[in-house]
Design a protein around this ligand. Structure first.
Ligand code: ZN
Length: 186
């Protein structure tokens, strides 16, 4: 094909089996066999002649539209890959959103309740509790319950450690102070 250029797609083209056999490093018989085979497969129209053989390609050469369509396909595929990548990054890096919701959103389901089971749901729920306990502690101190043990007993909760950690946080934030084992608001 490279020997005879684009004309070979349009019209019969004289070919030399000798030249083809030399270029392709094939025996003349082999070239003849391949040409006949291609003719049988209707890929070329092969007309043997005494000195010069003639062939033309029956299957049209792919035009540019075909290639641009292909590049569109590649673009589409790249976009899909990008969306998938963004989704994975969002899923991994998001520290606040419910992970089940993120996944369901990916499948276009947006009206879904938080799962309350994923790490983000648990963490955020804990944060909410944290805030509440801080408020509760401040409320107790304002009501003159200054002894930490009294505060712990006043706030009705199973996890006493959560109250203690909240007290520590309030102390470190300098929102409360401790004096003679009693807590006061600053
Ligand atoms: Zn969740």
């Amino acid at each position: 094909m490279r020997l005879y250029g684009g004309d070979i797609f349009v019209d019969f083209c004289k070919i030399s089996k000798t030249l083809i056999s030399k270029k392709g490093n094939l025996k003349i018989e082999e070239v003849k066999r391949v040409l006949n085979q291609l003719h049988k497969q209707k890929i070329i129209d092969y007309k043997p002649k005494s000195n010069f053989e003639q062939i033309t390609f029956i299957i049209p050469r792919a035009n540019n539209n075909y290639f641009s369509l292909k590049s569109n396909d590649i673009k589409k595929r790249k976009n899909i890959e990008k969306l998938k990548q963004d989704f994975i990054i969002n899923y991994l890096e998001n520290e606040f959103r419910c992970r089940t919701q993120i996944i369901l959103e990916y499948f276009d389901e947006i009206d879904y309740e938080k799962c309350k089971k994923c790490d983000n749901c648990k963490k955020n729920n804990l944060k909410k509790l944290d805030r509440n306990y801080k408020k509760e502690i401040i409320k107790c101190i304002k009501n003159q319950i200054n002894n930490p043990n009294d505060i712990i007993n006043t706030i009705n909760i199973d996890n006493k450690n959560l109250i203690i950690s909240n007290m520590r946080t309030l102390l470190s934030e300098e929102k409360i102070k401790i004096k003679n084992h009693m807590l006061f608001i600053i």
